[in-house]
Design a protein around this ligand. Structure first.
Ligand code: ATP
Length: 295
């Protein structure tokens, strides 16, 4: 019996002489894990290895205890994978596509047809009966996601599943993903949206240049930031700031506590110079981590 649902240990992957993964390690149990990191960090490469589409140069990876190289057929039986770029079956309607996908995985015709209807309704596409080539980008992604959710795969790999999906539908998808995890599915997904990661992830794994920078709950990373509050100020405010990020004619300033922040506000000669306020979140922690400014 596998102790981890996903195990990644010292993975190295080279494209020619370029080393995209430089000894990556992390694990996942039955939970929702988000892989995050800058463009080119190695997220898709990692997912492609775990889904048996790419072979690592060294290191090892297991899914449900099966080695992704030596036992790739067993891995394929327990996973479903939504890649970042997919082939579009343009002539099929969403329901025909989802049902065909499920039948290819072994469902009977009637079971596949029923599940396709249920899950398309869940992602908000029940009334959409046009050929898929006429769907918007977001509707297309929701169709493919419905196909993933409708499977009985024990591990779902989803590469940027909510990219291009509108705010309202994204919330529905968050709920469906959390329900799926609660019912015993492990989900490993990528995103660039840190508010998404903070809201739905049990664990985040943050990569940069093929290495793991952080593995753990989102909240624990936010707690490592030495600041609690932030504010966007107009540069015209001309106040002295301890810590800020330059945004052209604005600055994003960080404060150690509410008192420090309120002290600054009392110094502003024009209240309009204070544009927005908030508490420090995962996006702040992520930026500091990737820049090497967080220990
Ligand atoms: N087939 C390939 N041949 C050569 N280099 C590749 C290939 N695929 C990926 N790379 C390189 O490997 C690195 C990691 O790419 P990968 O797609 O895994 O990053 P990512 O973290 O998924 O990025 P993004 O956020 O942009 O999707 C990048 O520098 C990329 O240019």
């Amino acid at each position: 019996m596998a102790s981890n649902v996903v195990l990644v240990e010292g993975l190295v992957k080279k494209y020619g002489t370029y080393e995209a993964l430089k000894g990556l390690s992390f694990t996942s149990n039955t939970e929702l894990v988000i892989l995050a990191g800058p463009n080119g960090a190695g997220k898709t490469t990692t997912v492609e290895i775990l889904t048996t589409n790419l072979r690592p140069d060294s290191g090892r990876a297991e899914v449900m205890g099966y080695d992704v190289v030596n036992e790739y057929k067993a891995v394929r039986r327990v996973i479903a994978y939504l890649p970042q770029d997919y082939f579009v079956f343009g002539d099929l309607t969403p329901k025909e596509y989802v049902a065909s996908y499920l039948m290819a995985r072994g469902s009977s015709f009637w079971e596949a047809w029923r599940l396709a209807g249920e899950w398309l309704e869940a992602v908000g596409l029940s009334g959409v009966n046009r050929p898929m080539r006429q769907l918007s980008g977001g509707q297309m992604r929701r169709t493919y996601l419905a196909a993933m959710l409708a499977t009985d795969a024990e591990v779902l790999f989803l590469d940027e599943p909510t990219a291009g999906i509108d705010v309202e539908a994204r919330r529905d998808i968050w709920r469906l993903l959390r329900e799926k995890v609660r019912s015993g599915t492990c989900i490993l997904m990528t995103t660039h949206d840190m508010s998404e990661a903070e809201t739905i992830a049990d664990k985040v794994v943050i990569l940069n240049e093929g290495r793991m920078l952080y593995e753990g709950p989102p909240k624990a990373l936010v707690e490592k930031v030495g600041f609690s509050h932030k504010a966007v100020l107009s540069k015209e405010a001309r106040v002295e700031l301890k810590r800020y990020v330059d945004l052209g004619d604005r600055v994003l300033a960080y404060f150690s506590g509410k008192g420090e922040f309120e002290g600054l506000v009392s110094l502003l000669d024009d209240p309009r110079h204070l544009i927005s306020v908030g508490t420090v979140d995962l996006e702040d922690a992520y930026l500091l981590l990737v820049r090497g400014e967080l220990r």
